[in-house]
Design a protein around this ligand. Structure first.
Ligand code: ADP
Ligand code: MG
Length: 376
């Protein structure tokens, strides 16, 4: 990928730029916890966006996307937004840096990536953090703090791409470190690295390639349940609730709200348990917690779907150490912690049986926990 980017840069702009990269991400555990003030546990992966960049001494940005085979050129004022949606991620990053008092001048860029788009690995965060990191390095002497770079990516999604996302994706993409997962406390925004030396194990994503569009707004309804229970328990978010508190108030809470809150309270604890297990090198417990999360998402939070439960069942039958839905639910991927010697047979079995049941093959993405945004 690097050489084709360099070649294209040279053909379009002449000479060479500086190469930057950033990564997509997985989340090992900690689902639907962010808006409840709990923990998430992401890591950057070896699927990246790479961009060759160089200031061009003008007030204009000229950028070519190899994957989309499209060119965009735009100025740096609010009125200069490009029409192409892919270019708006880059324009947004420029604007968000400028709005925060940072410096961005014209530059030339050629970029490409191998983070699958829309598969739940956050290609958009990889794109934003790659450019945010690069513009910080090229024009701001690296002075913009890393957390600010993540916030710049998040604000880009909110203000220029119409996606009202949380901070996890951009955070993981900016802060990602090889062989480490990062526990982010979504209430205090404090974070801690935990070593993920999974010798003997692989992480394999199985993408069902289905996305169920639901008529009512299931995410809002889940959020409302959580807020109602938190209010009933007298806490700001479910982060501060315990199962004892929930059970004591059970009579006043609807069965549905009870199940939702139970999942969130248990999931908070599971993230902490997984961190302890990783420190102890106990990958069996890590995997068991992943299965518990899946069951909770499926039975209590009710955000699974037939295809994802099917993939989870296959994982269990194949002896996979841990497996769960990754992401919001109703489609997308499962993340699987698989012993090396079982990986090939699991992938073959999941592919064959899923295709037989649903008429198309799932997409398989083995991933390795790797560095996030960087100069390369
Ligand atoms: P994801 O879950 O992968 O983040 P999104 O819909 O949020 O999916 O973001 C995908 C969008 O990001 C693409 O439609 C495109 O605009 C942009 N994008 C991601 N990767 C690339 C790439 N390699 N080249 C060009 N644009 C990309
Ligand atoms: Mg995205």
């Amino acid at each position: 990928m690097r050489s084709i980017i360099e070649k294209t840069f040279n053909e379009r702009f002449g000479g060479e730029g500086t190469m930057y990269a950033s990564a997509g991400r997985i989340n090992l555990i900690g689902e639907h916890t962010d808006y409840n003030g709990g923990f998430v546990f992401p890591g950057a992966i070896d699927k990246v966006i790479m961009a060759d960049m160089r200031p061009n001494g003008t007030g204009r940005v000229r950028v070519f996307s190899i994957d989309i085979d499209d060119y965009a050129e735009f100025g740096l004022n609010e009125a200069d937004a490009p029409s192409q949606s892919w270019a708006r991620y880059i324009f947004g990053v420029c604007r968000e840096i400028i709005k925060r008092g940072g410096k961005v001048e014209g530059f030339d860029a050629v970029f490409a990536g191998n983070v699958p788009l829309g598969a739940g690995l956050s290609s958009s965060a990889a794109l934003e953090s790659c450019f945010a990191f690069a513009l910080n390095d090229m024009f701001n002497g690296g002075k913009i703090a890393k957390f600010e770079l993540a916030l710049i990516g998040q604000s880009t999604e909110h203000n220029y791409c119409g996606v009202n996302c949380g901070i996890m994706d951009q955070f993981a993409s900016v802060f990602g470190k090889k062989d480490n997962l990062i526990r982010l406390d979504c209430r205090s925004l404090e974070y801690e690295y935990f070593p993920f030396h999974h010798e003997g194990y692989q992480l394999v994503l199985v993408d069902s390639a289905v996305k169920h569009e639901l008529k009512d707004s299931p995410y809002n309804r889940r959020r409302q349940s959580c807020e109602r229970v938190a209010a009933r328990l007298g806490v700001e978010t479910l982060r501060d609730a315990t199962m004892e508190m929930l059970d004591a108030a059970k009579a006043d809470i609807s069965a549905e709200d009870y199940s939702r809150a139970k999942f969130v309270i248990e999931e908070k604890q599971r993230v902490l348990d997984v961190c302890d297990a990783l420190i102890a090198g106990d990958y069996d417990t890590v995997g068991q917690k992943m299965y518990e999360t899946h069951r909770g998402l499926s039975k209590d939070y009710e955000v699974s779907c037939e295809e994802l439960d099917f993939l989870n069942d296959i994982a269990r039958e194949c002896g996979v150490t841990g497996s769960r839905i990754m992401g919001g639910g109703f489609g997308g991927c499962t993340i699987n912690l698989v012993k090396d010697e079982l990986a090939d047979s699991f992938i073959a079995t999941a592919t064959e049986r899923f295709e037989k049941a649903y008429g198309h093959k799932p997409k398989i993405y083995p991933v390795v926990i790797s560095d996030g945004a960087r100069k390369i």
